[in-house]
Structure formats: C-alpha cells, structure tokens
Design a protein around this ligand. Sequence first.
Ligand code: NAD
Ligand code: UDP
Length: 319
Amino acid sequence: MRILITGAAGFLGSHLCDRLLSEGHDVLGMDNFITGKPENLAHLAGNPRFTFFRHDVSNFIFIPGKVDAVLHFASPASPNPKSPVGYFNLPIQTMKAGALGTHHSLGVAKANGARFLLASTSEIYGDPLVHPQREDYPGNVDPTGPRAVYDEAKRFAEALTMAYNRTHNVDTRIVRIFNTYGPRMDLEDGRALPNFLKQALLGRPLTVYGDGSQTRSFCYVDDLVDGIVRLLHSNEHLPVNLGNPVEMTILEFAQAINRITGNLSGIAYLPDERSARDPQRRQPDIDRARALLGWEPRVGLEEGIQRTIPYFKSALGLA
Ligand code: NAD
Ligand code: UDP
C-alpha cells in the first residue's frame, strides 16, 4: 500500500512510519513540526520508500499519485499547561488540526477510495463518570473547559469520520488511544512519563501533582502500534479503545519509575497545577480490541521502561 501518515514527525507517527515501512509499504509522511521533530525521521532519510511533505494539515492537502490509506495523527497532544508544545498553549492550532486537518485528511481518503484511520483519544471520555471506559460510554466533557480545545476537536473528528463513512462510504476506522510511552517522546512536553523518567535519570525527586491518587494506565508504544496496524487491516468502523488496562495511581507509577531506575531522591508533591479537570480515573476497557483484533498489550511496565531508558539517556547526554 501507499500510506499517508499525518503527524509523521511526532512520537507515535514516527513509530508508525517505521512499522509500515518494515511491512513493505510505501509511506508518505506529513508534518509541520509544530510539536514533532525532524530528528524523529532522520533515520529514514534516503529510504526510497519514504517521502516527506512539510505541510500544515489545516490547509488543503494535495498528494500526487494514488494513496491507499490515510492515518491522521497530526495534533498537539500534551495536556501540560506549562509546556509550549502542549495544547493549552496551542489552542487554535489544536482545534484546526482536529477539525480542518481531519476534514482535509478525509478528503484525501475519499478522493482516492482509500482507507482512513483517525487517531482519537481517551480524552473524548473527559473526566469519566463510568469506569473502566467502554467505547459506548459517551463521556463527560465540558465544551468550554480548559481541555476542551483538544477533547472537542477529537470528538468533532470522530463525528466527521463517521459522517464520511455513512455518507460517502469512506472505509474509516477510529482508534481511541490511552496513555502511551516509549522512545522518541518529547522530554520537554510535560507529560508524566517524560517528566518522571527524566527526573529519575538525573537523580531528582519526581514531581507528582496533587496527592498522586489520580489513576492512569500506560501502554508501551510497540504494543499500541501493533493494535493500530491490526485495526487498519480490520473492517471495524466504530471506535476501538487501545491502551494498557493495568490501572495505577500516579504515585504508584512514580514509585515504580524510581524503583526501576534506582533513583533514591523520592517524590516531590507539587500543588495540583493540573486540577483544571485533570481526569481523576482512567482505564481502558479493551474487550472490543481483544474480540475484534485479537489484541492485548504484551509489554509490562518494567520492560517498557527499560526499553525507553536508552533513548532518554542519549537525549540527556548520559549515554
Ligand atoms: P506528538 O506531538 O509527538 O505528534 C504529533 C505530530 O503532529 C507532531 O509531529 C506535530 O508536529 C504534528 N502536527 C500537529 N499539528 C499539525 C498540523 N496542523 N499539520 C501537520 N502536522 C501537525 O504527539 P503524539 O503523542 O505522537 O500523538 C499523535 C496523535 O496521537 C495525536 O493525534 C494525539 O492526539 C494522539 N494520541 C496520543 C496519545 C499518547 O499517549 N501519545 C494518547 C491519545 C491520543
Ligand atoms: N502528572 C504528574 N506529574 C508530572 C506530570 C504529570 O503528577 O510531572 C500527572 C498529571 O497531573 C496527570 C497524570 O500525571 O494526572 C498523567 O498526565 P499526562 O500529562 O501524562 O497525561 P494525561 O493522562 O493527563 O493526558
């Protein structure tokens, strides 16, 4: 297949490029580097099956030649209010990537009779009142709240994707991605894993916001990419959750990272700077992914952290 991946220079997009190239596909990567980095794709320079387009998906997308699949991953993704690459500080760009970018990406799929896969998010469930989150839970999102620019853009993107499926028969898929980590995460984007692992490797205390009782579950990137590829090759049009169902508190997560890295500096509790609708509990129900895709995560937290450490050490100049 000839596959267009928007957001190709980002964390997940770059891993998808690698995986699909390794399966023998031709990959067209597109990115405007608003939160991603050319370094994430540097190893693909010279690969005759990889082509890169520097382009903002908020504008009309023109791709010469036939496209067989479009994977729309372009969007700021970090919820950290202090991060310059987080969506709090890129509110309009985030809404445009989710709304206009999804429209243009769907347009490419429609014009080519191509498959389309939307990268949606667990954030569409907002601060969930149902636990764990199943795909039929419609969510608890404040449309004018601080996270709305991301959550509502993704909810619009899901609605538009289903509209193109039902109205234009575009062969669409929607993946709702839960917290994922691994090499090539941006060390400065303020998400929990990069903050904690960077702090641990530098021998500093880990910054837990609030009392750390809020929960998440963390999926290693190779597991996630495997699920996305299975979904791409499936015939499922309704949303599918992909994530690791092992739920833990953020405090437990921080303690695990200190243990795995041997960091003795402990935890620094910081005022709850994320209290602006920081979801208190999050855990995917992955029964649909198990049944439809035969998928579940294989990499445990300790192994995933060990696989991520070399990238972080190199980025920190410790290796
Ligand atoms: P990332 O910031 O590393 O990657 C996003 C990429 O999209 C970046 O390279 C950025 O430059 C690019 N981009 C943003 N707006 C663009 C635009 N207008 N035109 C072209 N390129 C643009 O983030 P990520 O973690 O790799 O997330 C990728 C996708 O997965 C996002 O859509 C995100 O919402 C979704 N997602 C990620 C997670 C996670 O845990 N990483 C969880 C849920 C959903
Ligand atoms: N968090 C934290 N310390 C940090 C970064 C994040 O305690 O240095 C918390 C944050 O408040 C949230 C959780 O970790 O409850 C996960 O945050 P992340 O930014 O990774 O993603 P989210 O799941 O909120 O989208």
